[in-house]
Design a protein around this ligand. Sequence first.
Ligand SMILES: [Zn+2]
Length: 155
Amino acid sequence: MNFFTHFLFALTIGVILAKLNIISNELALVCAFAGMLVDIDHYFVHIIKNKTNKFSILSMWNNSIKHRRYSQKSFIHYWKGGLLLTIIFLVIIYFYTQLGLVLLIGYYSHLFLDSFDMKKLKILRFRINKIYFGIAKAEVILNPLFVLIIIGVLM
Ligand SMILES: [Zn+2]
């Protein structure tokens, strides 16, 4: 899934928890960014695996969307990283319950969406100048749905 879908899904969960007075509105935003930022590992994997354009965000982006020469997911997308991060989040929950909770939810919301095999989803791909874009057809429905849920919860 793309970063925007990760953001919206985690934000949807966050605003529902905020509406239930479990967390604050600010922490709902933290949840959304946590859900999105898990993919920051793509950039570090790109730096490690490339000999040219190491620090190019455009090159990293286009490999992620179009070229797919290698998986850009690091260990934090798999069970070992999940175990490590879960332990870290549980420690944070012990000291800062709500913050640790939204980090945990953001992270697991990300893994949940990533669990859908992108190779089996129909992807709409297009290019504007040198930048490739790809969106799963499911996201065409999911993203507006998440926005509607967020607006509905906030009203
Ligand atoms: Zn991911």
